[in-house]
Design a protein around this ligand. Structure first.
Ligand code: ATP
Length: 230
């Protein structure tokens, strides 16, 4: 029997942006494995490469060299179209600034990406997910009619409704007050537990990092420490 593919298997990932004398080495050889279902916090000082690593791991940015498999897909070897398809089925992203479409209701924000991906029953699934994040009575509201915490709930519903194997959250509580941020953290952990997804959270919040199973710290484009599984 073979063991299941890890959620992330990265070896010697590098990222260099720009060229010639303007080239900047941003990631300098990242070896990183994440098991299915693991909850990992990614810490590190500003400019250490956290967002760049997330961009590479989510397939938004292509690594300059190295190997990368995400939920069994060989991201490093894929063409643009195949990569876009592979990302869609595997990855959900939650960002600090919510990034909801202002002209769409909460329901449309969650359902439309699934409709575009050809997922059946997109509206029903979106509605169920919005109920699961506590917004069953807000599905027809537009983002401007929702608080920051509510908007982040919509963003979490949008990320999780397609049932991705991995959820990436980049400073998900960074725009929220402490109490609202705490509620959003609880929700993210609860939805992860219900769906079995693997969760990677970029954060400056040491309390949030402490609640993750594993803390990986970046410094100057390299992994400086990794607590591994506790
Ligand atoms: N397009 C680019 N061209 C050149 N350098 C870049 C580019 N994008 C990012 N960088 C540099 O790469 C480094 C890592 O940036 P990154 O945003 O990944 O760090 P970070 O750890 O996420 O920081 P923060 O916590 O402030 O968000 C920084 O020095 C940044 O200036």
């Amino acid at each position: 029997m073979t063991s299941p593919a890890p959620a992330i298997h990265a070896r010697n990932l590098t990222l260099t942006l720009g060229s010639g004398s303007a080239a900047v080495d941003i990631l300098k050889g990242i070896d990183f494995d994440v098991a299915v279902g693991e909850i990992v916090a990614l810490l590190g000082p500003s400019g250490s490469g956290k967002s760049s690593l997330m961009a590479v791991l989510t397939g938004l940015e292509r690594a300059s060299s190295g190997t990368l498999e995400v939920a069994g897909a060989n991201f490093a070897a894929m063409g643009e179209d195949a990569l876009a398809r592979a990302r869609r089925g595997r990855i959900g992203i939650v960002l600090q600034a919510f990034h909801l479409l202002p002209t769409m209701t909460a329901l449309e924000n969650v359902a439309t990406p699934m409709e575009l991906a050809g997922i059946p029953d997109a509206r029903d699934r979106a509605e169920a997910e919005l109920r699961a994040v506590g917004l069953g009575r807000r599905i027809s509201h537009y983002p401007t009619q929702l608080s920051g915490g509510e908007q982040q709930r919509v963003a979490i519903a949008r990320a999780i409704a397609p049932r991705p194997a991995l959820i990436f959250a980049d400073e998900p509580t960074g725009n929220l007050d402490a109490a609202t941020g705490e509620a959003i953290t609880e929700l993210l952990f609860a939805r992860r537990a219900e769906t079995g997804a693997t969760l990677l959270i970029i954060t400056h919040d040491v309390d949030l990092a402490e609640r993750c199973q594993r803390v990986v710290t970046l410094a100057d484009g390299r992994i400086a420490s990794d607590t591994g599984e506790r």
